[in-house]
Design a protein around this ligand. Structure first.
Ligand code: COA
Ligand code: AMP
Length: 638
């Protein structure tokens, strides 16, 4: 549904312009990219419902993100600012230095056999070298897959086996406020577990921990670059995968979202001006992690493609060293557009409710704050708006899309902000709310949110090695549409409201996690006969996972011991990022007569919301047992 606001604002014109001529719109946007061969058409629908963009263009991402800015005379402008309160260091890299460093790293990778189309897995914390590794792959046309540092060895192994990397680039360690994360043993463990073995690993030794290299397999980041010829940019076709990024689905097997090169460049470049209102020379900061899609799009590629300075921040919103850190970074580096997750603001607000620490900093360069990754609750938005006195823009997107489906496009026009809504669809997205039969519902009616095919440039054309899974996950429920997995509604003015997921995905501190994956791990505990994991409301993290365990009949184990072991098992198999810390033992789970576990009813009970036992429930009395178990954990107070 198009934006129907009555103002003759330019957003309405831009959106209508896209709708009238989608191909013309994107061909026009493509002119801001340097092509080795200009594409002759925008959309390639020859394999519908698998769509591609700019297929016959030839282009290189690294050239567009780095070299072209040097060629244009901006070599001495800062490309990256690394601000690391956890190591108490800061340093900056100019575009010219970045080009030289990336060309050298790419040359060394090439000398060891990495070529266009090869996969390279990257396992690194928030250091500039993580971006350099991504860009070096892009320079060669190699396909990178970055894995977040908070995942355990097992998750790393699953990704190694799926994308079969020729090389792995890792740091010796990451640094959390409370501990050093020993990446190298995790990496070695993962390679040991995986059936696929990389040809070699490149280890970036950090001074906080020097890792032991395995002879014959591992090379050191600096050592292997010695004496190599720097590599030039290798042109690739528009549909060539730039990267694979794994994200949570319904089962334990993560989905490998594929990002195509041409559309990625065009779409991200378009968003920098139109959504985030920044241009070459401006400072842009996304306080996320390179392991997530926000890190790919808006720590690495988007700001660099647009010639901005990007901030790589290695710290937390609180405790590194205090709740004023974000404001310090913004003031010190003159950040113009800032992007974070609502949970980070909730963490700051909890420690500094009056935003007193903000007063210590000059924030005059900051023009807007952007929020995404989870639902932005009105309290948090209002707190930030009152304290910062700038627009606070909620925008909605997913790993799959790589950029905003809905936003308030400040670079086009600041639309009236409706708190609780990520505003309106961006050009490229024909967003519809559908009922169970796939029919559009009237304004204000809740339904499944879907996007009419084709999706715009930069979004996923498929899943890595899993075309059938792609179709089944996204294209089957509503033929002709992409199923977002989110439910919500559109109001009379065309504003979207995102209310909940329709699947087993939960969002913990802005991190997307699968309850199905946690259930698979719990089911592997020898004393667990059956289990369910739900996401319960959490004042800081948005949602928090909670497990229900039914023990094998005759089990004489102490419940507390089994719970402790289950918590440790999820941490060990999925990683600390799962944040699985709470579980309870129950005799049985509430189920429908056909055996489906009633997770959404359990969520309502836990969150003290009104609930009705579904008509299909096998035995309604089990709900009282669930409520009692939840009350022992301080939940279900209603
Ligand atoms: N490497 C290793 N471990 C990591 C990690 C990483 N990169 N990131 C987080 N972890 C660990 C944490 O140390 C923590 O471990 P613990 O259980 O031993 O304490 C666990 O994973 C959970 O981390 P997190 O959910 O981040 O909780 P926290 O209590 O450390 O911090 C917030 C809470 C709100 C401050 C933090 O989650 C935050 O800044 N969130 C913003 C998230 C974000 O930017 N998301 C990107 C989407 S835009
Ligand atoms: P991820 O793929 O990790 O970016 O997570 C995507 C999911 O996070 C979406 O499908 C939504 O469920 C949720 N999400 C992201 N941004 C928002 C937002 N602005 N409002 C509500 N939910 C959001």
């Amino acid at each position: 549904m198009a934006y129907t606001g009555t103002a003759a604002g330019s957003y309405a014109e831009v959106y209508a312009g896209w709708k009238a001529d989608p191909e013309g719109f994107w061909m026009q946007a493509a002119q801001d990219i340097d092509w080795d061969k200009t594409p002759s058409t925008a959309l390639n629908a020859s394999r519908a419902p698998f769509y591609e963009w700019f297929t016959d263009g030839m282009v290189n991402t690294c050239w567009n993100a780095v070299d072209r800015h040097v060629e244009a005379g901006r070599g001495s402008q800062l490309a990256i600012i690394h601000d690391s309160p956890v190591t108490r260091t800061k340093h900056s890299i100019t575009y010219e230095e970045l080009r030289n460093r990336v060309a050298s790293l790419a040359g060394a990778l090439r000398a060891k056999g990495v070529e266009k189309g090869d996969r390279v897995l990257i396992y690194m914390p928030m250091v500039p070298e993580a971006l350099e590794a991504m860009l070096a792959c892009a320079r060669l046309g190699a396909i990178h897959s970055v894995v977040f540092g908070g995942f355990a060895a097992n998750e790393l192994a699953v990704r190694i086996d799926d994308c079969k990397p020729k090389a792995i680039i890792a740091a010796s360690c990451g640094i959390e406020p409370s501990r050093v994360i020993h990446y190298k043993p995790l990496l070695d463990g993962a390679i040991e577990m995986a059936a696929h073995k990389p040809d070699f690993c490149v280890i970036f030794q950090r001074e906080q921990e020097v890792a032991k290299l395995i002879e014959g397999r591992d090379v050191s980041w600096h050592g292997f670059q010695y004496g190599v010829e720097p590599a030039d940019c290798v042109p690739v076709s528009g549909d060539h995968p730039a990267y694979i990024l794994y994200t949570s689905g319904t089962t334990g097997a993560p989905k490998g979202v594929v990002r195509p090169t041409g559309g990625h460049l065009v779409a991200l470049n378009w968003t920098m001006k139109n959504v985030y209102n920044v241009e070459a020379g401006d400072v842009f900061w996304a306080a996320s992690d390179v392991g997530w899609v926000v890190g790919h799009s808006y720590i690495c590629y988007g700001p660099l493609i647009a010639g901005c300075t990007t901030v790589v921040f290695e710290g937390k919103p609180v405790g590194t060293p205090d709740a004023g850190t974000f404001w310090r970074v913004i003031a010190e580096h003159k950040v113009k557009s800032f992007f974070t997750a609502p949970t980070a603001l909730r963490a700051i607000k909890r420690v500094d409710p009056q935003a007193k620490l903000m007063a210590d900093y000059d924030l005059r360069h900051l023009q807007a704050l952007y929020l995404a990754g989870e639902r932005a609750d009105p309290d948090t938005i209002n707190w930030a708006k009152d304290a910062l006195k700038i627009p606070v823009i909620d925008h909605w997107w997913q790993t799959e899309t790589g950029w905003a489906i809905a936003a308030n496009p400040l670079g086009i026009e600041e639309l009236p902000i409706k708190i609780g809504s990520p505003s309106v669809p961006m050009p490229g997205y024909d967003v519809q709310v559908l009922d169970e039969g796939g029919h559009p519902v009237p304004a204000g009616t809740l339904g499944a949110i879907a996007v009419k095919l084709p999706l715009p440039p930069g979004t996923l054309p498929t899943l890595w090695n899993a075309e059938e899974r792609f179709k089944k996950s996204y294209l089957t429920t509503f033929p002709g549409y992409y199923e977002t997995g989110d439910a919500g509604y559109i109001d009379e003015d065309g504003y979207l409201y995102i209310m909940a997921r329709t699947d087993d995905v939960i969002n913990v501190a802005g991190h997307r996690l699968s309850t199905g994956a946690m259930e698979e791990v719990l089911a592997g505990h020898p004393d667990v006969a059956e289990c369910a994991v739900i996401g319960v409301a959490d004042a800081l993290k948005g949602q928090s996972p909670l497990g229900f365990l039914c023990l094998n009949s005759g089990s004489d184990r102490a419940e507390a011991d089994v719970i402790k072991e289950c918590v440790a098992l999820v941490r060990d198999k999925i990683g600390p990022v799962a944040d699985f810390k709470r579980a309870c033992v129950v005799d049985r789970l509430p189920k429908t007569r056909s055996g489906k576990i009633l997770r959404s009813t359990m969520v309502k009970i836990a969150d003290s919301e009104p609930f009705k036992a579904p008509a299909t429930i096998e035995d309604p009395t089990v709900l009282n047992e669930i409520k009692t178990a939840l009350q022992t954990l301080g939940l279900a107070q209603g």
